[in-house]
Design a binder for this molecule. Structure first.
Ligand code: FES
Length: 114
């Protein structure tokens, strides 16, 4: 018999494989009313942010992924994929979520990082 899953393990959701996320693009995952954008970088790192730009709620999932950041498609704010923070002179923060890649499987933790 398998050991029971820890509460920590239950927070992780398998959302697909790396191949389901376009390289330098994103795929959206719904979590209740919230949309989470899961990004894949050119070197296959995976990050997740709420799909709302901290400027005026632009859809970050439709932005361009580059240099560990995403550029918002609306007014070109640059948001760090690692921290969710606006870069440069812009000031703002979007919620970020932990991700994990095992083999090619991508897991998302639905509790925001602090
Ligand atoms: S809404 Fe993203 S830069 Fe304005």
């Amino acid at each position: 018999m398998n050991a029971p899953l820890s509460p920590e393990a239950l927070d992780w959701r398998l959302i697909g494989t790396l191949d389901d996320i376009p390289q330098q693009g994103a795929r959206c995952v719904k979590n209740g009313a919230m949309t989470i954008a899961v990004f894949r970088t050119a070197d296959d790192r995976v990050f997740a942010l709420e799909d709302r730009c901290p400027h005026k709620n632009g859809p970050l999932s439709q932005g361009i992924v580059h240099d560990g950041c995403v550029t918002c498609p609306l007014h070109n704010w640059v948001i760090s994929l690692e921290t969710g923070a606006a870069q440069g002179a812009d000031d703002g923060q979007t919620a970020r979520f932990p991700t994990r890649v095992e083999g090619r499987d991508v897991f998302l933790k639905l509790i925001p990082s602090v």
